[in-house]
Design a protein around this ligand. Structure first.
Ligand code: NAD
Ligand code: UDP
Length: 334
């Protein structure tokens, strides 16, 4: 059934939702999903690491609006809101370290501004936190009760400590009864629309394999990560936003399958016909050695678990990058 443009009164299923960071990799998939579900979406993004291409198919959608704004200087939003998702923050280490002070401010001032907006509009709030709050974990797998092992002065701290402070803001606003805030601790996520120059492991390996460049492995490659397909993650984020009884603490969202970086590189080499070799490079400072989510809470509270196996999701992501790189290579006619 077609929805009327004027039917967004907060009483029906069509909600008014603000997505900060909605032009990014995860945020643009979230905007897609929310629009498909009949909601009205305001996307706020300064396009620091996001891309207008990600939201180009949405700009003519009658229920989509894009505001190019930095969340650190968030302007007034002149319509009612039912929900606010905060995904605004560069997520790739090379990107968030490029301007570390801005990254920290995005996490603190940006989150504070968005929480104030949610309070003002009486909107529910979901914060995109991260497994980086666990730092280089000494407990494995990581449960939400683990307090983490973060170096607060290292090059990753602007992000890790910024995200920890953002969680503090969320839980304080909630304890004060001012915002219905919920926090997702997101583990490494991959899929279509990662930026080819993003610097993250999945995008780097796939682009390198497709272009015949050496696959860069930092350190021994025996460090591990757990990779969740973006479609699975989006289901988790919306489940967290919509669950009636808000979880009392943060909730891990990730795929418990754990792989070494060497294993991931081999999987990519099996999926792409390429002459690429492996090139070892120095391990970045404070690079976590192991990472795997315990998702018992998400299973119990949200009835959520990832469905897409890594091999299948990687194959789909390889296909997307192949098409993307081909399009970028194709000269455009005038
Ligand atoms: P991304 O870099 O693709 O998206 C982030 C978006 O936020 C971009 O569109 C960027 O332009 C925007 N942004 C950054 N700073 C901003 C600011 N000050 N004001 C307005 N917009 C701003 O990253 P992503 O992978 O889509 O990550 C989205 C969120 O999920 C981030 O908050 C990230 O910390 C979190 N997260 C992601 C992962 C992952 O593996 N991708 C893992 C854990 C947490
Ligand atoms: N990594 C790598 N080669 C690359 C990019 C990353 O070996 O070209 C390693 C990186 O050192 C880390 C892991 O892959 O151990 C995941 O890196 P990513 O930047 O994707 O995410 P994060 O470190 O934030 O989990």
């Amino acid at each position: 059934m077609k929805r009327r443009a004027g039917s967004f009164n907060g009483n029906g299923s069509g909600k008014r939702i603000l997505v900060a960071g909605g032009a990014g990799f995860i945020g643009s998939h979230l905007c897609d999903r929310l629009l498909e579900s009949g909601h009205k979406v305001i996307c706020v993004d300064n396009l620091l690491t996001g891309n207008e291409q990600n939201i180009r198919p949405l700009v003519n959608h009658p229920h989509f609006r894009f505001l190019k704004q930095d969340v650190c200087e968030l302007g007034p939003v002149d319509e009612p809101l039912d929900q606010v998702y905060n995904l605004a923050c560069a997520a790739s280490p090379s990107k968030y370290q490029a301007d570390p002070v801005h990254t920290m401010m995005t996490c603190i001032r940006g989150t504070s501004n968005l929480l104030a907006l949610a309070e003002n509009k009486k909107a529910a709030f979901v914060q995109a936190s991260t497994s980086e709050v666990y730092g280089d974990p000494t407990e494995h797998p990581q449960r939400e009760s683990y307090l983490g092992n973060v170096n607060c002065t290292g090059p990753r701290a602007c992000y890790d400590e910024g995200k920890r402070a953002a969680e503090t803001l969320c839980f304080d606003m909630r304890r004060l009864g001012r915002v219905d805030a919920r926090v997702a601790r997101i583990f490494n996520t991959y899929g279509p629309r990662m930026q080819p120059d993003d610097g993250r492991i999945v995008s780097n390996l796939i682009v390198q394999a497709l272009t015949g460049e050496p696959l860069t492995i930092y350190g021994s490659g025996e460090q591990t990560r757990s990779f969740c397909h973006v479609a699975d993650l989006i289901r988790g984020l919306t489940a967290l936003m919509n669950v009636l009884s808000a979880p009392s603490g943060p909730v891990n969202l990730g795929n418990p399958g754990e792989f070494t970086i060497n294993e991931l590189a081999q999987m990519v080499l099996e999926l792409v016909i390429t002459d690429s070799t492996i090139k070892h490079m120095p391990l970045p400072i404070d690079d976590p050695r192991r990472r795997r989510p315990d998702i018992t809470l998400a299973r119990r509270l949200l009835n959520w678990q990832p469905q897409k196996p890594l091999k299948e999701g990687l194959a789909e992501t390889v296909d997307w990058f192949a098409a993307f790189l081909h399009r970028s290579d194709t000269p455009r006619s005038a």
